[in-house]
Ligand binder design. Structure first.
Ligand SMILES: Nc1ncnc2c1ncn2[C@@H]1O[C@H](COP(=O)(O)OP(=O)(O)OP(=O)(O)O)[C@@H](O)[C@H]1O
Ligand SMILES: [Mg+2]
Length: 240
């Protein structure tokens, strides 16, 4: 099967007044249904890499950046960026990708039910039984009519996961989805999440700084190393 993602020589540079951070991806292929982890210390570029894979952040350079989701022709993402085809990128993202942000990012004025159903509504899909099923899968069915502000951090994070899965994307990207939780709750939610995505046959990309958790869940870890190039230039490399 062709890979869902195929990247070669992708570079993203982030510069502040005092320093430059350079993220380099020499080679990355992700197969459909694969479960991949980006593991590394704070600031090593995990979120930057996930944002590029979610097509919300444009690489500075890319010899190849192909996205090939289910039921669609292969997409040359770098070309779409270069041609400023933002609507096309946004359509691809909405249809094929579910993104669980590091901080949840629920809309505070919508109920849990409406937060979960939002990604389907945006695509004109009917809600059907999907919201209830997902809420049951994540153990939050008793909270559907509440606003997120009334939930615990762990419950909110479970809603964020359900929301990312509601439109049945073929790719789910999760940025430290349990970082704000105590370790026991974090592990429990991670197991629920992995169980659901496995049942649905989704490709999963997870950022984490928790090596033990990544090992327990049996995810493929990308190779990572950091090197100091000059006084104020740090290069971080993620690769197959
Ligand atoms: N908008 C930005 N502008 C400039 N530099 C940025 C920006 N966002 C992040 N950076 C820098 O890029 C580097 C990588 O950041 P990133 O958020 O990808 O790391 P991370 O591995 O996700 O860290 P964490 O584990 O703390 O979430 C850091 O050095 C950070 O300071
Ligand atoms: Mg991050």
């Amino acid at each position: 099967m062709p890979p869902v993602y195929r990247l070669r020589e992708v570079v993203k540079t982030r510069t502040t007044q005092s320093s430059t951070f350079r993220l380099v991806i020499p080679e990355l292929s992700i197969q459909p249904g694969e479960r991949v982890a980006m593991v590394g210390q704070s600031g090593c570029g995990k979120s930057t890499l996930l944002d590029m894979l979610a097509m919300v952040l444009q690489p500075n350079e890319a010899a190849e950046f192909i996205f090939n989701p289910r039921d669609t022709d292969p997409q040359d993402v770098q070309l779409l960026w270069q041609k400023s085809r933002r609507n096309r990128l946004s359509d691809l993202r909405k249809r094929h990708i579910g993104y669980v942000l590091q901080t949840g990012g629920l809309l505070p004025y919508l109920t849990v039910r409406d937060n979960i159903a939002l990604s389907r509504r945006l695509q004109g899909l009917s809600e059907g039984e999907s919201t209830r099923r997902l809420a049951e899968g994540m153990g939050i069915e008793g909270h559907l009519d509440k606003l997120p502000g009334l939930l615990s951090a762990g419950e909110r994070q479970r809603v964020a996961i359900a929301r990312a899965l509601a439109h049945e994307p073929s790719v789910v990207i999760a940025d430290e989805p349990t970082a704000s939780l105590d370790p026991i709750t974090g592990r429990r939610i991670m197991r629920l999440f992995m169980g659901l995505v496995e049942n649905l046959g989704m490709t999963v990309l997870v950022a984490s700084h928790d090596w033990a958790q990544v090992d327990r869940l049996d995810l493929r870890k990308l190779t990572h190393h950091t090197r100091q190039k000059a006084d104020n230039v740090t290069e971080s490399v993620f690769t197959d």
